[in-house]
Design a protein around this ligand. Structure first.
Ligand code: FAD
Length: 317
C-alpha cells in the first residue's frame, strides 16, 4: 500500500512545499575588501526572498565589535531587511555592553541576538568578566532594561556542552525567554527528529516562544566537523559517505549539500516548521536553492538568481 499523499505520488518530496515559509539569514562581518564584496553580493542575492530578518555575528572575543556594528547598520541603511546584531557577554563589562546596545538603538537597530559567547581559547571554561554579564539570561534582562529590543537567544537541539543535563539546558532556555527573549534560534543539527524533540520538550516545559531551526547547508564536512566539535552537534556517519571522493569536486559538493539540507528542511516542514534560519557563511547560492525548493519565491514574483553563483562555487572549492 502506498502511504504517500496524492500530491506526492510519483513526485519529489518537495511537491508539497507551498512556499508558506518565512526565512532569516545569518552573515558574519567581513575582514577584507574581497570578503566585503562577497557579502554584499550575497545580501543582494538573498534580499528578494524578503527575509523576516538577517543577523550579523559577533566575534568570539568581541574582536568584530566595530565590523559587526558597521555591517548591521549598513544593511539597515541600504536594504529593506530588518537587521539584527549578535552581542555576547565575553571580555566586556556590563556598562560597555550596554553602551554598544544603546548605540544600536540610536542607529535604528531594534533586534539583538543575545548570547553568552565562548571563551576566546577553545576548550577553556567560560569565565565572566568581573563586571560583566554571567550568561545570556542576564544579558537579555540587561538589554530589555536599555530599550524594548526584539531579542533572539540560542537553543541547543543536542544540549549545550556546558549543560549538566537536557533538563538543565531546557531550564536555561526557559530562563532566557522569561527574561524577555522573543524567540530562540537553534544551533545547527543534521537530524530533523533532534529539532522536533527539542520543540516538543520546550512546549511541554511551558516555553511558548517560537523556536527556529538553524540550518547549516554543509558542503565541506571537514570544516563542519571543527565547528561541530565546539558546539556538541553530531555529524552523522552518512554525511561522510555522501561526500566521499568529492574533495576535488566543489560543484558536485554544492549539489549534494543543497539536496541534503533541502530534504531536511522538507522533513521539518512536514513537522510543522514554517520559519527557517540559514547559516549562510556569506554565500547565497546554497541557501537560495534550498529556499526555492521549499517553494519560496522572490517577493513580487521577480525571477532573480544569486548573482554570485559562479564565484561562490569557486570560493567553496
Ligand atoms: P547561555 O544560554 O548563557 O548558557 C550556555 C550554557 O551554560 C547552558 O548550557 C547553560 O545550561 C549553562 N549556564 C548558563 N547559565 C548558567 C548558570 N547560571 N549556572 C549553570 N549553568 C549555566 N557565539 C559568538 O561568540 N558570537 C556569535 O555571534 C554567536 N552567534 C550564535 C548564534 C546562534 C543562533 C547560536 C545557537 C549560537 C551562537 N554563538 C555565538 C555561540 C554561543 O555563544 C555559544 O554556544 C555559547 O557557548 C553559549 O551561548 P548561550 O547564549 O547559549 O549561553
Amino acid at each position: 500500500m502506498n502511504s504517500l499523499s496524492p500530491a506526492r505520488q510519483g513526485a519529489p518530496i518537495f511537491a508539497d512545499a507551498a512556499g508558506d515559509i518565512e526565512v532569516s539569514f545569518e552573515f558574519f562581518p567581513p575582514k577584507t575588501d574581497k570578503m566585503d564584496a562577497a557579502l554584499w553580493d550575497t545580501v543582494r542575492s538573498l534580499a528578494p526572498l524578503a527575509p523576516r530578518f538577517v543577523s550579523v555575528t559577533y566575534g568570539a572575543d568581541g574582536s568584530t565589535r566595530e565590523r559587526t556594528h558597521a555591517t548591521v547598520t549598513r544593511i539597515a541603511r541600504e536594504t529593506a531587511m530588518p537587521a539584527a546584531a549578535h552581542l555576547t557577554c565575553v571580555g566586556a563589562s556590563k556598562r560597555e555592553i550596554l553602551d554598544i546596545a544603546e548605540s544600536y538603538w540610536t542607529a535604528g537597530i531594534r533586534h539583538i541576538v543575545a548570547l553568552r559567547g565562548d571563551p576566546p581559547q577553545a576548550g577553556q571554561r567560560f569565565t565572566p568578566h568581573p563586571d560583566g554579564f554571567a550568561n545570556a539570561t542576564e544579558l537579555t534582562a540587561g538589554l530589555k532594561a536599555v530599550a524594548p529590543f526584539e531579542i533572539s537567544v540560542a537553543a541547543y537541539p543536542e544540549c549545550h556542552p556546558d549543560s549538566p543535563s537536557i533538563k538543565a539546558d531546557l531550564d536555561n532556555l526557559k530562563a532566557k525567554i522569561d527574561a524577555g527573549a522573543d524567540r530562540a534560534i537553534t544551533q545547527f543539527f543534521f537530524s530533523p527528529e533532534t529539532f522536533l524533540r527539542l520543540r516538543d520538550r520546550a512546549a511541554a516545559a511551558g516555553i511558548n516562544a517560537e523556536i527556529v531551526p538553524g540550518i547549516l547547508p554543509v558542503s565541506n564536512v571537514a570544516q563542519t566537523r571543527k565547528f561541530a566539535a565546539q558546539c556538541g552537534a553530531a555529524i552523522p556517519p552518512w554525511m561522510d559517505r555522501l561526500f566521499e571522493g568529492l574533495d576535488e569536486q566543489p560543484e558536485t559538493r554544492q549539489l549534494v549539500a543543497a539536496t541534503i539540507a533541502a530534504e531536511m528542511c522538507m522533513r521539518l516542514y512536514d513537522g510543522g516548521v514554517r520559519h527557517f534560519h540559514f547559516y549562510t557563511l556569506n554565500r547565497a547560492a546554497l541557501c537560495y536553492s534550498i529556499c526555492h525548493m521549499l517553494g519560496k519565491r522572490p517577493a513580487g514574483g521577480a525571477d532573480t538568481h544569486p548573482a554570485a553563483d559562479a564565484r561562490l562555487v569557486a570560493a567553496t572549492g
